[in-house]
Design a protein around this ligand. Structure first.
Ligand code: NAP
Length: 232
């Protein structure tokens, strides 16, 4: 690692991002996690342990992001932005409010997080943005999800260009079978279509995020982590 700067994980109270936070906390790093509720954030931070702190942050209110993140100490070595609110939204029955929430969260919110923390980043800072494979494999109701995940691809490229030498990469997991959202759902059809014959796990995604953050020549990459699901 370049230094002992902090690791900021947006959405680190649960799900995949929590596993990433746990990894870096266990490695002795100062970790900052966020979620939409301050008490939840603090509870998760103390359960993760080590030098972890929790902040309340709502990416659907981008004007509040800078003030909230002003308390994060620099330098920041790694920034992971993984927050999501799921929008099951069909074009024939379009819910504008729900669509605006997700578009604001993933595109404006993600960008404003980077903007707000930039003054504490160094040339060696690395950023990972979370997209997802709904961008390539849509399903009825995924219109907003597919659109914003496609937007993450473009956002990764423009940020890597504008912020160089800071590295910016994106990760696009397939269905993560043991993540809280999917763990109780029937996924046999996904396994049957996955060449590895198993579902991607949160540990697999955490390992891939570490690679994107820590390999100093990996930049501007959209990394698929799906057991080969997309080649079938
Ligand atoms: N799980 C999968 O199979 C899968 C597949 C492909 C891509 N992904 C991507 O991987 C990332 C993590 O997914 P996950 O399933 O681990 O997530 P998750 O368990 O659903 O957790 C979502 C996180 O986002 C936070 N969040 C929700 N609304 C927010 C808002 N308005 N402002 C700020 N934070 C907000 C949540 O905080 P609260 O607890 O306060 O709500 C929580 O920390 C997401 O970007 C997702 O699109 C996941």
């Amino acid at each position: 690692m370049a230094s002992d700067g902090s690791v900021v994980i947006i959405g680190g109270n649960r799900g995949i991002a929590r596993e990433i936070a746990q990894h870096y906390a266990d490695a002795g790093r100062a970790v900052v996690i966020t979620c939409t509720d301050g008490a939840d954030a603090q509870e998760a931070a103390s359960a993760i342990g080590g030098r972890t702190t929790g902040l309340e942050l709502n990416l659907t209110r981008p004007e509040t992001i800078g003030p909230v993140l002003s308390s994060v100490a620099g330098p920041i070595d790694y920034l992971v932005i993984a927050a999501i609110s799921r929008d099951d939204n069909k074009v024939r029955d379009y819910d504008i409010a729900k669509a605006l929430e997700l578009v604001t969260l993933k595109l404006v919110g993600y960008t404003e997080v980077v903007h707000s923390l930039l003054d504490r980043m160094t040339d060696d800072t690395a950023i990972v943005l979370f997209g997802g494979l709904a961008k390539d494999r849509p399903y009825p109701g995924s219109t907003t999800v597919s659109t914003v995940n496609g937007g993450v691809v473009a956002l990764t490229r423009t940020l890597a260009t504008e912020l160089a030498p800071i590295r910016v990469n994106a990760i696009h997991p397939g269905i993560v079978g043991n993540s809280p959202y999917w763990k109780d759902k029937s996924l046999d059809h996904v396994i049957a279509r996955t060449p590895t014959g198993r579902l991607t796990t949160m540990a697999d995604v955490t390992d891939a995020v570490r690679f994107l953050l820590e390999n100093r020549s990996v930049n501007g990459v959209d990394l698929r982590v799906d057991g080969g699901w997309m080649i079938t």
